[in-house]
Design a binder for this molecule. Structure first.
Ligand code: MG
Ligand code: MG
Ligand code: MG
Length: 301
């Protein structure tokens, strides 16, 4: 039995990839099961409801198991005991991370907008049928990761995949499908500052220290008016409690691609020069992977 596991703090791609990769392994005649390392967010719940799919089981220990990693290859995002598991496969669309394997393994890592785009092509290459429910999960994940094709991470392969998957899933009106997905993505009603920071928080080892960068995708920055101080206090608390050199959260208006960066920690002083009127705004910044984090790496060295 192979366990298919997405990254910590799972996003929609991470959850859908685990289900879809399990489907692919099953089509190969291999026994597999999707698991998740954390809570399902609102957007992912919307996707599972629309597709009529069941959430993977919550499981954070993989010691002694054979596993596939989907949507990451960084130790920091893997289960804590991943060193005691055997990694047999990786499907991902991020930079190659630092996981190590004992034996040769299968790696599908493409520079596209979503892990599900890679999985879609694996289904095609291997000639497996894609069921409508699986197609719905795949196209939802691609539209989520590419923010409805608007992200600079989006490629022609992502667009081609959605066009074909929408037909299989019998989704006639893709624009409405995207709109409803983005409403679920940007729904933060009732979430506390700590929950917002945690929502899509990623840890990065950097220059021998630990850094975290979260991202909250919004329909308008006004959604977080009145929460800025509480968000900053939460970043400060994380730096102290987890000995982080830097903690930040990108508040991204997905309609204008404007990002306000909140940040704290020992390294925070390196960024102050970019503030205007006490605010650090990143224009034309939708993607943490392609824009936010590369820029931060340059500034934090
Ligand atoms: Mg992800
Ligand atoms: Mg992804
Ligand atoms: Mg993401």
């Amino acid at each position: 039995m192979i366990l298919v596991v997405g990254h910590k703090n799972p996003d929609s791609d991470s959850i859908c990839s685990a289900i879809v990769a399990t489907e692919l392994l099953t089509a190969r005649g291999v026994e597999a099961m999707p698991i998740r390392q954390g809570e399902i967010n609102r957007e992912t719940q919307h996707i599972l409801d629309v597709a009529g799919a069941v959430s993977p089981e919550l499981r954070t220990s993989v010691a002694g198991e054979q596993i596939w990693l989907v949507d990451y290859s960084d130790l920091a995002q893997a289960p804590d005991d991943v060193a005691d598991a055997e990694i047999l496969g990786i499907v991902d669309h991020h930079r190659l991370g630092d996981v190590m394997t004992v034996n040769p393994m299968e790696a599908w890592i493409w520079p596209v907008g979503c892990t599900n785009t890679v999985l879609f092509n694996m289904f095609k290459i291997e000639g497996h049928e894609i069921k409508p429910q699986i197609a719905k999960l795949m196209m939802s994940a691609i539209l989520s990761d590419t923010v409805g094709f608007a992200s600079p991470t989006c490629t022609q392969k992502d667009k081609d995949a959605v066009a074909e998957l929408a037909q299989i899933a019998d989704v006639q009106d893709v624009d409405t499908f995207i709109k409803e997905l983005l409403i679920a993505k940007t729904d933060i009603d009732g979430l506390s500052a700590a929950e917002l920071v945690e929502k899509d928080l990623k840890g990065y080892p950097f220059n021998g220290r630990d850094v975290v960068v979260g991202q909250v995708e919004l329909a308008t920055l006004e959604q977080v008016d009145g929460m800025i101080e509480a968000l900053e206090a939460d970043l400060e608390r994380r730096c102290t409690e987890e000995s982080l050199a830097f903690a930040a959260v990108m508040l991204t208006d997905i309609t204008t691609a404007q990002t306000r960066l909140l940040y704290k920690g020992e390294w925070a002083e390196k960024l102050v020069k970019h503030e205007v009127d006490g605010m650090l705004m990143m224009e034309n910044t939708l993607s943490r992977k392609k824009q936010g984090w590369p820029w931060l790496q340059n500034e934090l060295v």
